[in-house]
Design a protein around this ligand. Structure first.
Ligand SMILES: Cc1cc2nc3c(=O)[nH]c(=O)nc-3n(C[C@H](O)[C@H](O)[C@H](O)COP(=O)(O)OP(=O)(O)OC[C@H]3O[C@@H](n4cnc5c(N)ncnc54)[C@H](O)[C@@H]3O)c2cc1C
Length: 324
């Protein structure tokens, strides 16, 4: 690292080893985290970016038409552009690491990863985004990648000629059906609610499709299959008889949940599990900030996440200046 750290220092441990206390730890390498990292490098903060991957949800976004500067760009291509920009700055990175715990002792934060690593910093930006919500039914976890999927954009092409179910009633479920009607002979759309939450234009389009059978007010009870998905069992909410549907793919599109569990003991979360922030990305803990989809900021979009990541670093910088 070649930066003029504003505060960071090496601390001598009883073992004789030294340990760096970073100015800023960023958790998450999606649009919010990568933008935060660039702003941090430009402020010459000693920064460490810790993330499971670089790209976040944009890695599973087929097309982006609402990111300024590009009329149209594929999600993966946009991620490559972000990565290229990050790589131009001397930012320490620990990619492939999942943060399991965040704690604070006096004015220093520690993060602990699943693989047993520990990193320390004077400020932290949590930019860990969201992940797909699971159904929590028997067979689901065991058959992930073997017929159970949470990403129609990524996986629909693998189900050409196969009968499938889409679970959910919002825009992402209907968009999944829209992709699948082109390639699949039969699609079951199963949702717990009685009315669809997707945009009317999408609903009207899908309701015309003869290949689609609708099961509103039905709950998935079980996903069946030994090596791969072989079917699902659904039951009506009004207590009628359950049905067994033979099929080879289950697309679970029932929304997203924030990746905020590791911060739960420190920060205030709202009812949705999002980290509550003010308009400058402060959480309830001084020195701890949040940005992007994991935070309570209303709109979940790439451009919003990038803006929030930038703001969070600038706020963290002001906080560090006051510590100096
Ligand atoms: C299918 C799909 C299509 C979309 N299409 C568009 C679109 O066209 N236009 C648009 O503007 N938005 C779109 N969005 C929304 C957009 O992708 C998100 O708003 C944006 O990616 C949020 O960025 P983020 O950095 O806050 O979080 P994320 O992108 O979720 O990134 C979070 C990062 O944190 C990491 N992480 C999570 N937990 C941990 C942990 N415990 N330890 C370490 N790292 C962790 C993840 O690996 C990831 O790198 C789409 C989303 C989806 C799912």
């Amino acid at each position: 690292m070649e930066l003029d750290f504003i505060l960071s220092k090496e601390e001598e441990k009883p073992t004789g080893k030294t340990e760096l206390i970073y100015d800023l730890l960023i958790i998450g390498g999606g649009p919010a985290g990568m933008t935060a990292a660039i702003y941090a490098a430009r402020k010459r903060l000693a920064t460490l970016l810790v993330s499971k991957d670089l790209g976040g949800q944009v890695l599973v976004t087929a097309e982006v038409e609402n990111y300024m500067g590009y009329q149209y760009i594929e999600g993966r291509e946009l991620v490559n552009k972000f990565k290229e920009q990050v790589s131009r700055f001397p930012i320490d990175q620990e990619i492939g690491e999942e943060v399991e715990e965040l704690s604070q002792e006096k004015d220093v934060f520690s993060i602990f990863t699943k693989s047993g690593k520990k990193f320390r910093g004077r400020t932290v930006i949590i930019a860990s985004g969201k992940r797909s919500r699971s159904l929590n039914v028997s067979g689901e976890e065991r058959l992930i990648g073997r017929g159970v999927t949470y990403c129609s954009v990524c996986d629909a092409p693998f189900f050409e000629g196969r009968e499938v179910a889409v679970i959910g009633g919002g825009n992402s479920a209907f968009e999944a059906v829209l992709d699948l009607v082109k390639i699949s002979p039969k699609i079951y759309l199963v949702d717990i609610a009685s009315t669809w939450r997707a945009d009317t234009v999408l609903v009207k389009q899908i309701e015309k499709e003869k290949k689609v059978t609708f099961f509103p007010r039905h709950r998935v009870k079980e996903i069946k299959g030994k090596e791969r998905v072989e079917g699902i069992i659904i039951e009506p909410l009004d207590g009628g008889e359950e049905k067994s549907l033979s099929l080879e793919g289950v697309f679970i599109e029932i929304g997203l949940v924030p990746n905020s569990e590791f911060s739960r003991s420190l920060v205030n979360l709202n009812e949705a599990g999002e980290i509550v922030v003010d308009c400058s990305n402060h959480t309830n803990i001084p020195g701890l900030f949040a940005a992007g989809d994991v935070s309570s900021v209303p709109e979940k979009q790439i451009i919003v996440a990038c803006g929030e990541g930038a703001k969070a670093t600038l706020t963290a910088y002001q906080y560090l200046l006051r510590l100096r």
